[in-house]
Design a protein around this ligand. Structure first.
Ligand code: G4P
Length: 283
């Protein structure tokens, strides 16, 4: 499967990030808890060097809890502060301000030694499109001061959101792109809906999903769709179509409709909490 991207936007977004990052002490990086590595930007560690770093495992409500914990450990071992969050429902948000202070304690101490007291920590939220940046900023700031949606390059003046007397947040998140050249990464991004569905072959994507679930989450498809699993993923898709009465005129099975149904069920959490990549594969 091949994926198309938009280098023009990418260059612009990266340039904006490079500018904004100079203004801040802390990078708050959102990743998708279902694919914590594949939803990272390959340049972020270089861009964010010399800054305090906080990784948020967002959409943690959609990923398996045991794996969320394993991923949190994984990133902590690499020196990041980590919090599991559900920005949509506000889960984990309360702990963020304390974690920010903790993540920036070296900077605060440096300031103190220089006689600079009470200078707020400045932070910026970054992440790939659709990872939940705007939702998170809204949840953290407690009001609708960040617009939902992706609009790279529209910001004019810099706006800071004052979270409390200790922390200020740049109101515009930094949008960066994932490592899309890698086809495994591309496939996982497609699963979570981060690649425009119009450019994907939905049935192929659904078949990949079936193969993955059969291996890593055995029993999920059987239970959800009351089907027997076949080794042939297209046959499984046909069985889902049959079970869910996805039919085209003439009573033919509509495997495309079944594919859309399966992908939607996964994305909305109706198949349960599912993690797509595992820390043990990234040691
Ligand atoms: P972005 O700024 O990084 O591009 O992402 P944005 O906040 O626009 O969020 C993208 C989608 O992800 C939104 O869904 C949002 O509700 C959802 N989302 C954000 N955080 C979480 C989370 O922690 N858990 C879950 N389950 N979803 C989250 P949408 O489909 O665009 O809208 P809607 O479903 O909220 O109506």
């Amino acid at each position: 499967m091949h994926f198309q991207w938009y280098p023009g936007h990418m260059t612009k977004a990266k340039r904006m990030m490079q500018e904004n990052i100079k203004l801040i002490d802390l990078v708050i990086e959102l990743v998708d808890a279902r694919i914590p590595v594949s939803s990272r930007n390959p340049d972020i560690d270089e861009l964010g060097k010399n800054k305090a770093r906080l990784i948020l495992l967002n959409k943690s409500d959609l990923a398996e809890e045991k794996q969320n914990d394993a991923w949190a450990e994984y990133f902590k071992e690499k020196g990041f502060s980590v919090v599991k969050v559900n920005s949509k429902r506000g889960g984990g948000i309360k702990s963020i301000q304390g974690v920010i202070q903790e993540a920036c304690k070296e900077k605060i101490e440096r300031d103190r030694k220089r006689g600079i007291l009470n200078r707020p920590v400045r932070a910026m939220v970054v992440g790939i499109p659709n990872v939940g940046k705007s939702t998170f900023i809204n949840a953290l700031a407690g009001k609708a001061c960040a617009k939902t949606g992706n609009k790279p390059g529209v910001t004019k003046g810099k706006q800071w959101i004052r979270l409390n007397k200790n922390v200020e947040l740049l109101d515009t998140p930094g949008i960066l792109w994932p490592k899309f050249e890698d086809q495994t990464v591309g496939l996982r991004l497609a699963f979570i809906g981060s690649i425009k569905d119009e450019i994907l072959n939905t049935e192929e994507l659904a078949m990949e999903m079936i193969t993955f679930l059969t291996e890593k989450y055995p029993g999920v498809l059987e239970e959800k769709y009351s089907i027997e699993i076949s080794e042939d993923s297209y046959e499984c898709l046909r069985r889902i179509a049959e079970s869910r009465h996805c039919l085209v005129k003439g009573n033919e099975l509509d495997t495309n409709k079944a594919a859309i149904l399966l992908i939607d069920d996964f994305r909305s959490g109706k198949l349960g909490r599912i993690t797509l990549e595992f820390p043990e594969d990234y040691e």
